[in-house]
Write a protein that binds this ligand. Sequence first.
Ligand SMILES: Cc1ncc(COP(=O)(O)O)c(C=O)c1O
Length: 395
Amino acid sequence: MEKRKYGLDTIAIHGGNKGRNPENALNPPIFQTSTFVFDTIEQVEKAMSFESDDYVYTRGNNPTLKAFEHRMAALEAGNASVAFASGMAAISSVLFSFLKPGDNLVANHCLYGSTYTVATGLMRRYNVNCKIVDMTDVNSLEEAIDKNTRVIYFETPSNPSLEIIDIKKVTEIGRAKGVKIVVDNTFATPYFQRPLTLGADVVVHSATKYISGHGDVVGGVAVSKDEDYIHSLKFDYMCEFGGVMSPFNAWLLLRGLKTLGVRMRQHEKNALEIARFLEKHPGVKRVYYPGLESFAGHDTAKSQMDGFGAMLSFEVDGGLERAKKVVNNVKLIKLAVSLGDCETLIELPAAMTHLGYPKEKLAEFGFTESMIRISVGLENVEDIMEDLDSAIRCE
Ligand SMILES: Cc1ncc(COP(=O)(O)O)c(C=O)c1O
């Protein structure tokens, strides 16, 4: 583990701060402006050629976005980061930044639905081939890499089957072949896992989730140790494609981050209790949660994470029909896509977040049509359990 001066709770509150805020305000103001004013064309020229740090236009840079970017870089043990309008804006821009026609991308078989669609559909239109492999088996990863492979992409834990990919092993394989490693760290957050310290080149997030924590922002971010790469990602891709975050959203994310540690600890505590409760439930066939000793990825999770997160999936007896009844029967828990909010959310990935996956191939990708996914929230755990219990019993 890397040596840090401060702990992660402290970094989530103060990380990346550069001196005092205007008017000595404790919290930074929201620079709700599209453009910035100059006195002379000479000043403009310096800003345009990056000789000065002056701001020009919010699609390229803005002080509120910069404060959020510095904080995320500090949390992920990176040197720089770029904020995006959404997680998908971050993911697609990072892929476009590394790949050109004729290149190959190797991705894990279990991915968030839109990421799968971009990797296997959209990229193909630009003659980028995507090989889908099961990265829990590093041999199949090695076989998939060829002379045109430029990027290895995965989530760990993965959405929705919580597969754990060994970040160190994958980065060693990729590094040896000159391939860039991109890790989606949305489920773990930097509070529980920092892939850059394990060798990854770029970390991406849907900041919409735990980084916000309150279900009121859509945002994304990419972080790296390589400052030149981030500069190019920001000005050649984010700024040109135009997927910029709004200053208000950056401010809300800075606000959300202050409680990342307390939220994640409580989310995880609730999730572990619920996973254990589901594991013993007579109506439940299988539980997917990295914190369970019985889970396939448990040991790898223990070795590379500081906590197991609060996303879990499960299968009930009775297949899809029963699974639909469960999600229809919850009362306190909300039937919704997204995750990482204070509210516990439930969904059927194959019918919702992962609709883009071909139904006939779901098993190959490590999940099923009847899998139920839960984002465990911050309510009293007994209340969540009681709601789940009566929904599973279809009372
Ligand atoms: C793991 C993961 N990555 C990326 C995304 C996309 O993020 P956004 O919805 O902010 O574009 C999601 C959204 O659910 C996700 O779950």
